[in-house]
Design a protein. Structure first.
Lengths: 442, 422
């Protein structure tokens, strides 16, 4: 349930990209907040944290109250403060942007309050009186943790099934280490579990060790928070060479293990999403001299965040726009990437072939979906590999709910937290309705 | 180039900016540095009986993170010997002959006053300021505000000072009274050449909520102090203006109280002060703040075509009237500039919670809508709006002739229908 000691993990060499606020700086920044009415920042937060309120409490040195406001809305508020793309969420919505003044540093203020809460060992919530209901949660990532915590506040017993040896899901294994390291995500999960009454079965794979039918018969409701599957591949020659990895898989190893990168001087990352941007910044940050991102589209069409791209460019990453790999070659180990340029329609341009030398190639072109495991579950349907849910996380199969990457296709931690909590409320409402004799799903 | 020279009760100064009698005017080297920085004059820290001060002495009122928006002290008059002070006054006058030094005094008996006045003038004082204002420590010994709060004492001591002085005498008034006018008139009857106001306000700046002791803390005790700094300006402006518009008064005024910059100084002048005195802003930011005061004032005078300070002094006094004379038929409503609005909706919140519920959110836009039929023109939205000039109070040309409450009561003039009384 714990990660290896920090010093032995490759990720431990990273410093925080965004520095924390000290008390005086936090209070000064908090005092800048206008305390907007019907605030745009709240609307931009998937968990709808009452941001002006928690900031006002920082300004008066009421840090306990501030942290409580945050966690009341989002029990993963500590990690979200670090990993949220605030530039496109709360901070991006701050009205100061329209006043041509720096927006409020909401993420840093949230980190200030939540870090103090963790340092001082504050807890804010208690489990509700036992309801006699039992809920199974598949996966121990952000969505399940948020759901389980909320279910416990309602008094429902929870069992989380996690196939890995670590808690926290992608929050532990996938976050860029200059934002947050694995051990912090694990301690967050442990802090959330401290509400009590959440049984965690580690190393248990649903569908193998325990069947879905078994879950359905033993529990009153099931929450699916399984995330996404393994990295997708391009299907080109050489993908099995040494030194070729899926980006998500490589990032996980970099975060949890000690990698030997001593012989690596040239890395190529294929893809244009946020995993690709994380991978180029991480490889560059680990001292790999030449890092190239290979993306088949143009800058304005990439799915990765503009602010992450800016940072990557500043850190010295090279980018080949409108190009893709056609083959990976090398003797045993990858040595070069054969590439071709693409036109506006992403079709290869004849005669535009070129090669890039590389001793590390990371595939960041998406992750497979885990739809196959639910093949026999009537009522659980998929859209483009995502579990189809309604606005409350209900799947369509009685008492089955889902949230997080497996149903949203791969979004932020904060989305998982919001969806888990939302599903918990729906599950609770369903139990309540059954108690009163009504019949509902949602 | 506007002429900044001033004359307050016969005290000539190269500009209207004086150091107030306080820690920044405590010693010769300080006052000399202040004059070098550009200060026109200085009121020397009060001379008088020997005292000893406590530690600590100062406290700050913090408003939304601005530390020192209000300020307090429990320091007394000078704790240096009379001889040292007089020697340094003489030395400073020798080095800066054109900058007036006004010596603040506070003693008890007529004989004491006669003696210290002679010594001060011998040292080179260009004027005297009688400290009838200090609200802590000295008043318990029958001086300071104990005098300023009692018109007969004020008048008597002023008359002594005027009798023994060959230089102009200003009386420094305490704000710790319900009406400043009798006290200004007492100083006038005593023969004062002018007044300076306000001294500090009796106050408790803060409480240490963990130790359960007032601030500033002296071991396990504290005491009331003298409140000053930016936060007291409105009180000072009112008292200055009250005397300036009082027909029976008519003496020159040196304005004091929360003056931080040239704008504050201009406001005091428009309400009747011919010089202004500054302490707290210098304590917080140093003598250098005078540079902005001087060139800000010069530019202001150029913009408004004032060539001398006299032309500003009291210019806003005719606008200071009784509530009963205000035109009840004058109508304004708030207008929001949709182009500059940033959608914070502070105006919605303020109007709903703190005013008359006439600003409403609108579907599909962050720019709120003002229900002008209900808007009472209170200004609250304009005050909370963080965007300069985004909300403006615009006059409504209604068909009602001007009518004040007094007009209504005495002549039965017609008042327009009330708004915002839903």
């Amino acid at each position: 349930m714990t990660t290896p000691p920090l010093a032995t993990r490759t990720e431990s060499s990273f410093e925080d990209f965004k520095l924390p606020l000290m008390r005086d700086g936090a209070i000064a920044e908090a005092n800048r907040c206008l305390f907007c009415s019907d605030a745009p920042c709240i609307k931009a937060c998937p968990t709808a944290i009452d941001i002006p309120q928690f900031i006002r409490k920082i300004s008066t040195d009421n840090v306990h109250g501030s942290a409580k406001t945050i966690f009341e809305a989002n029990i993963l508020g500590m990690s979200c403060a670090r990993v949220c793309p605030v530039e496109v969420l709360c901070v991006g919505a701050c009205v100061y942007n329209d006043l041509h003044q720096p927006p409020i540093a909401i993420g840093k203020l949230q980190r200030y309050a939540t870090d103090i809460a963790y340092e001082r060992g504050w807890t804010f919530f208690e489990a509700g009186p036992s309801s006699g209901k039992r809920v199974a949660l598949i996966g121990a990532g952000p969505a399940s943790l948020a759901a389980a915590h909320e279910l416990r506040r309602f008094g429902h017993a929870c069992t989380i099934f996690e196939k890995r040896a670590t808690l926290g899901g992608l929050n532990t294994t996938g976050i860029a280490p200059y934002k947050m390291k694995a051990d912090r995500s694990v301690s967050e999960a442990e802090w959330i579990l401290s509400i009590g009454g959440i049984d965690v079965k580690m190393g248990v794979t649903i569908g193998q060790d325990v069947s879905l039918a078994q879950l359905e018969s033993e529990f009153d409701a099931v929450f699916i928070g399984v995330g996404l599957g393994i990295d997708s591949t391009l299907g080109i020659a050489g993908e099995t060479l040494m030194g070729v990895h899926g980006a998500v898989e490589w990032i996980e190893r970099m975060k949890l293990e000690a990698l030997d990168l001593s012989s690596i001087t040239r890395a190529v990352v294929i893809g244009g999403g946020n995993t690709a941007l994380d991978a180029v910044r991480e490889t560059r940050g680990l001292g790999i001299a030449n890092v190239t991102m290979l993306y088949r589209g143009r800058r304005d069409g990439m799915s990765g965040y503009a602010h992450e791209l800016e940072s990557a460019l500043m850190e010295g990453v090279s980018i080949e726009w409108q190009a893709t790999a056609t083959a990976l070659t090398g003797e045993g180990r990858v040595q070069r990437v054969s590439c071709v340029r693409l036109d506006q329609s992403k079709r290869p341009i004849a005669g535009s072939d070129f090669t890039i030398d590389a001793d590390l190639v990371l595939m960041a072109i998406g992750q497979s979906k885990l739809s196959a495991m639910f093949d026999d579950m009537h009522g659980i349907a998929f859209d483009h590999g995502r579990i189809r849910v309604n606005a409350n996380g209900f799947t369509g199969r009685k008492r089955w709910y889902a949230g997080g990457d497996c149903s949203n296709g791969g979004m932020e931690v904060v989305n998982g937290a919001a969806e888990g909590k939302r599903a918990a409320h729906a599950i609770h409402a369903c139990f309540e309705a059954e108690k009163s004799g009504a019949h509902t799903h949602a | 180039m506007p002429d900044l020279r001033t004359n307050t009760g016969g005290i000539q100064s190269p500009n209207p900016f004086w150091l107030a009698s306080a820690p920044p005017a405590n010693s010769g080297l300080q006052v000399q540095r202040a004059f070098e920085a550009g200060w026109g004059g200085a009121v020397w820290k009060t001379l008088g009986v020997t005292i000893q001060n406590v530690s600590s002495r100062f406290g700050a009122h913090t408003i939304r993170g601005v530390k020192g928006a209000g300020f307090t002290n429990i320091e007394l008059i000078t704790d240096r010997t009379l001889e040292i002070n007089l020697r340094e006054i003489a030395e400073t006058k020798r080095l800066f002959p054109k900058n007036p030094i006004i010596v603040s005094l506070m003693v008890e008996t007529e004989e004491d006053w006669r003696e210290i006045i002679k010594k001060s003038i011998d040292a080179g004082a260009d004027g005297l300021e009688l400290n009838f204002g200090c609200p802590h420590g000295m008043c318990e010994r029958g001086m300071g505000s104990a005098v300023g709060q009692e018109p007969t004492l004020n008048e008597r001591i002023t008359s002594w000072a005027v009798r023994y002085s060959t230089v102009p005498v200003l009386v420094k008034l305490t704000p710790n009274v319900s009406d400043i006018i009798p006290h200004g008139l007492a100083a006038k009857r005593g023969g004062a050449h002018g007044v300076s106001l306000i001294n500090t306000i009796k106050s408790i700046i803060a409480v240490d909520i963990d130790r359960f002791v007032l601030e500033p803390r002296v071991a396990l005790l504290s005491t009331n102090g003298g409140y000053c700094g930016a936060a007291v300006k409105p009180i000072a402006l009112h008292m200055v203006a009250s005397l300036a518009r009082e027909k029976r008064f008519g003496l020159p005024i040196s304005g004091i109280g929360g003056i931080c910059n040239w704008r504050d100084a201009v406001e005091f002048m428009l309400l009747g002060a011919s010089t202004v005195q500054v302490c707290t802003e210098v304590m917080l930011r140093g003598y250098g703040v005078v540079e902005d005061m001087i060139d800000g004032l010069e530019e202001y005078m150029r913009t408004h075509n004032f060539s001398t300070i006299d032309q500003l002094v009291g210019k806003a006094i005719p606008s200071f009237s009784e509530w009963g004379n205000l035109d009840l038929n004058y109508e304004t409503v708030a207008k929001i500039n949709a182009d500059t609005c940033i959608g914070c909706q502070l105006c919605v919140q303020a109007c709903h919670d703190g005013a008359h519920q006439c600003i409403h959110p609108e579907e599909g836009t962050r720019v709120p809508r003002i229900d002008e039929s209900e808007c009472v023109g209170c200004n609250l939205c304009e005050i909370v709006c963080p965007v300069p000039s985004c909300i403006e109070m615009v006059q409504v040309n209604n068909s009602h002739a001007p009518a004040s409450w007094n007009d209504f009561v005495t002549d039965g003039k017609k008042l327009r229908p009330k708004k915002g009384v839903h």
